[in-house]
Design a protein around this ligand. Structure first.
Ligand code: G16
Length: 548
């Protein structure tokens, strides 16, 4: 592509997607995320970048997802998906940030500079898959993405409204047809088909109950489960609520983030004691479970619980198939409940790695194991299996003795039901239901595997969240001066007290986490650390308080 054809980059920007704000925007934990009204020029420019990235990857397909996932309705966002369905390579985040922030006048020259720097062959074909969530601002932003792709003569394929993990899956399949068919139907065939295969091998037993309530967060996940539900033939009876419509707002008082952070049940359903309920987030890349007891107390089964459940089941299947030499490991973040880490190490005897928040960090670390189970406590996670694992298990499924073959065939179905590209609420739901059914347990028995330490999360607004910098997988603050000493001092006053503060990469807040031996102590510790952040890091507005 001759440099003169970059003129159209500027023309599209000026005529259709001008930069109308000077607010600096940064590629964060999961792409760019802010008020939807500030994003159109950013999304257009990411369309340009996706084409450049595709050409750098020899014309392989890149994904662009328009979503702000767990954030409330007025926000939106965009993130790029790399050819294997994983998050954008981290070294490109700075390039994305640079392109998003230049003036319209400098856009053409900056685009040219980036093309040179990354050595993109602009004569190659380029392909970009675009998906969006259900926000009313998403179609407009998706159109801006398409214009970005067109401006650099790439080919855009629009998927309309899909879950974020579906788009990751389709990108992977487009670049590697052994993984599946790159369509929404292809996704159902593989993931749901594998679950149904498992159900044929594992009839419902014991205390397992096929009825599952699902809170759709008024987003895309509930809508897709409504399609899947009709094909389940009674293997799972989904009772869906918060499906959008009837005035229900996306992620507002419902969904995985609300349930996990507030430790409250979502709106939208009459609850039956001990009924198993799953809550998805707005774009269905996270899931948590919970139930209420007969005193209406909520018991949460978050990402840590899901990780331990899946890891212990896969370990069981590996042993039964005679493939225990394959190394299974678990990856968590600082938010993982201390009790879960102890359970994994002491009871499951599985190695654990702790990394920074963000699926991109967890995914990367999980790849170092033969089987890597990674989950953030907020319910974002999946399992990844190495090629060696897949070939070893496939061989046993053919050549092992009867019991080994049975276990290996189940494990192969379990692998197929997993969306290995990224955390996926729908795939995770089927994996969890598989294990509960295989063990014949109800939600209370699952909960009783170990006892969580009571915990609390709070948000603090400060002038500039980048004032807070961290180290040691975000478990320690480096700046501002004196903050970590204060946190250490506060934690020291509580039995099993642990707390940390870190800047969010998706909201303009600092997140504070605390755990201790009683809920009262965890609440107090969180409030005290939040106060210290407010005082030492330039708090603005109201002082932090505990949720009512
Ligand atoms: C995104 C990321 C997650 C992260 C979450 C919160 O989730 O994909 O890895 O845990 O944001 O990040 P932070 O604490 O930096 O705001 P989602 O579901 O919103 O895409």
């Amino acid at each position: 592509m001759p440099p003169s054809s970059l003129r159209v980059v500027y023309a599209f920007a000026r005529e259709m997607h001008p930069k109308t704000t000077d607010v600096f925007i940064q590629y964060g934990t999961a792409g760019f995320r802010t008020k939807a009204s500030l994003l159109e020029h950013v999304v257009y420019r990411m369309g340009l970048l996706a084409v450049i990235r595709s050409r750098c990857k020899n014309g392989r397909t890149i994904g662009m997802m328009i979503t702000a996932s767990h954030n409330l309705e007025p926000d939106n966002g965009v993130k790029l998906i790399d050819p294997d369905g994983e998050m954008l390579e981290q070294s490109w985040e700075a390039i994305a940030t640079r392109l998003a922030n230049v003036s319209d006048n400098d856009l053409e020259s900056t685009t040219g500079e980036i093309i040179k720097e990354v050595n993109a062959d602009m004569a190659l074909k380029a392909s970009v898959y675009i998906g969006m969530d259900t926000r009313y601002t998403s179609p407009r932003l998706a159109a801006a993405a398409v214009h970005g792709v067109m401006a650099l003569k790439g080919t855009a394929k629009e998927f309309g409204i899909v879950t974020t993990p579906m788009l990751h899956y389709c990108v992977k399949c487009r670049n590697d047809n052994t993984y599946g068919t790159p369509t929404e139907e292809g996704y159902y065939e593989k993931i749901v088909g594998a679950f149904k295969n498992i159900r044929q091998k594992l009839p419902v037993a014991g205390n397992y109950n096929t009825t599952l309530y699902v809170d759709g967060a008024n987003g895309v996940g509930g809508k897709k489960l409504n399609i899947i539900k009709k094909t389940l033939d009674g293997e799972l009876d989904l009772v869906l609520f918060n499906l959008g419509g009837n005035g229900g707002k996306l992620n507002l008082n419902c969904g995985a983030d609300f349930v996990k952070v507030s430790q409250k049940q979502p709106v939208g359903v009459e609850h039956v004691p001990y009924q198993r309920v799953a809550s998805l987030d707005g774009d269905a890349d996270r899931i948590v479970y919970y139930y209420l007891d007969d005193e209406s107390k909520m018991h949460l089964l978050d990402g840590d619980r899901i990780a331990t459940l899946l890891a212990s089941y896969v370990t069981e299947l590996l042993r039964a198939s005679g493939a225990a030499q394959l190394r299974l490991g678990l990856v968590q973040t600082a938010y993982a409940n201390g009790a879960s880490t102890r359970y994994i190490t002491d009871q499951l005897k599985v190695p654990v790695t702790c990394v920074k928040t963000g699926v991109k960090h967890l995914h990367h670390a999980a790849l170092s194991y033969d089987i890597g189970v990674y989950f953030e406590a907020n319910g974002h996670g999946t399992v990844v299996y190495s090629d060696v694992t897949k070939s070893t298990v496939s061989k046993i499924a053919q050549e092992g003795d009867t019991e080994q073959r049975k276990a290996a065939q189940l494990l192969l179905n379990f692998i197929d039901a997993t969306n290995e590209t990224v955390g996926d609420a729908i795939s995770d739901l089927f994996l969890v239901e598989t294990v509960l059914c295989a063990r014949g347990v109800d939600v209370r028995q699952w909960y009783e595997t170990y006892a969580d330490l009571p915990c609390r999360q709070l948000k603090v607004t400060i002038q500039d969240r980048n004032t807070i910098t961290t180290t040691d997988a975000e478990r320690k603050c480096v700046s501002p001066e004196g903050l970590q000493e204060r946190i250490d001092e506060l934690c020291g006053a509580y039995a099993s007290g642990r707390s940390f503060a870190r800047p969010s990469g998706t909201e303009d807040v600092v997140r504070v986490y605390a755990e201790a031996e009683t809920q009262e102590a965890a609440d107090k510790l969180a409030a005290e650390v939040a106060q210290a952040v407010f005082d030492l890091a330039g708090g603005v507005g109201d002082r932090p308080t505990l949720p009512a």
